[in-house]
Design a protein around this ligand. Structure first.
Ligand code: DC
Length: 220
């Protein structure tokens, strides 16, 4: 069974999707990490994020894989190398939306995501899972939160990772990515017609996971 979890940056998708996957013993696939890994490779190779042809060529010759660990964490491999921590750095976050809007990049990464989905029951989180990657997913969630709450959460998360960012930086980054992700021509962020909308503003992680589990129990 496939469970699709979509929503804007900082709504808490990855956190709740990861916990729910562990609870249900499903594979967890963080599709944003794949766009981030490719962005890292582009930066390492000094390819500008607006050079669509070079970035597409790079995507074709890159191997990205994900591994679910027993402790619930996820390891992201870029051409066989563990880049799980590097892909969370601000430099990557700054450019990832530009890379993710390239059609050919999406075609290639969506192909890998569909392959990963064949590995068994899984939960995928991203922006276009319920609309494009797995439009027939049995269950679809759209996870949202107010802009201020998303800024607060992302700020705390980055501080926790030891990053020296200001709330203002986080706010600008989120609104910039929201804009690019939802206005791009290739599979923009939007809620699938059959997705369950969950506004997580003011809810704890546990409360959101509980809502999702209940729904899966009834409809899975
Ligand atoms: O979820 P995240 O912040 O790690 O995602 C990084 C970027 O990748 C985000 O700005 C939008 C893009 N993305 C996408 O376009 N489609 C997906 N399925 C997942 C992420």
């Amino acid at each position: 069974m496939i469970i699709a979890v979509d929503g804007p940056s900082g709504a808490g998708k990855s956190t709740v999707a990861r916990i729910l996957a562990k609870r249900l013993a499903f594979l967890y696939i963080d599709t944003g990490s794949m766009y981030r890994a490719l962005t890292l490779k582009a930066l390492e190779n000094n390819i500008p994020s607006d050079d669509k042809n070079k970035i597409s060529e790079l995507a074709r010759s890159t191997k990205i894989d994900l591994r679910n660990n027993a402790d619930g964490s996820l390891t992201v491999f870029l051409d066989g190398k563990d880049v799980s921590l590097e892909i969370r750095k601000p430099k990557i976050t700054q450019f990832v939306s530009d890379i993710a809007k390239i059609k050919e990049v999406r075609r290639i990464l969506v192909g890998i995501q569909r392959q990963l989905g064949l590995r068994g029951d899984c939960i995928l989180d991203g922006r276009d899972i319920g609309t494009v990657v797995f439009p027939d997913a049995k269950i679809k969630f759209f996870i949202d939160a107010s802009a201020q709450e998303r800024v607060n959460r992302r700020f705390k998360e980055l501080k926790g990772l030891g990053q020296n960012v200001s709330e203002d930086d986080v706010s600008k980054d989120l609104s910039n990515r929201d804009k690019i992700d939802s206005t791009r021509e290739a599979s923009p962020l939007r809620q699938a017609a059959d997705a369950i909308y969950i506004d997580t503003t003011g809810l704890s992680i546990e409360q959101v996971v509980e809502k999702m589990s209940e729904y899966v129990k009834k409809n899975g």
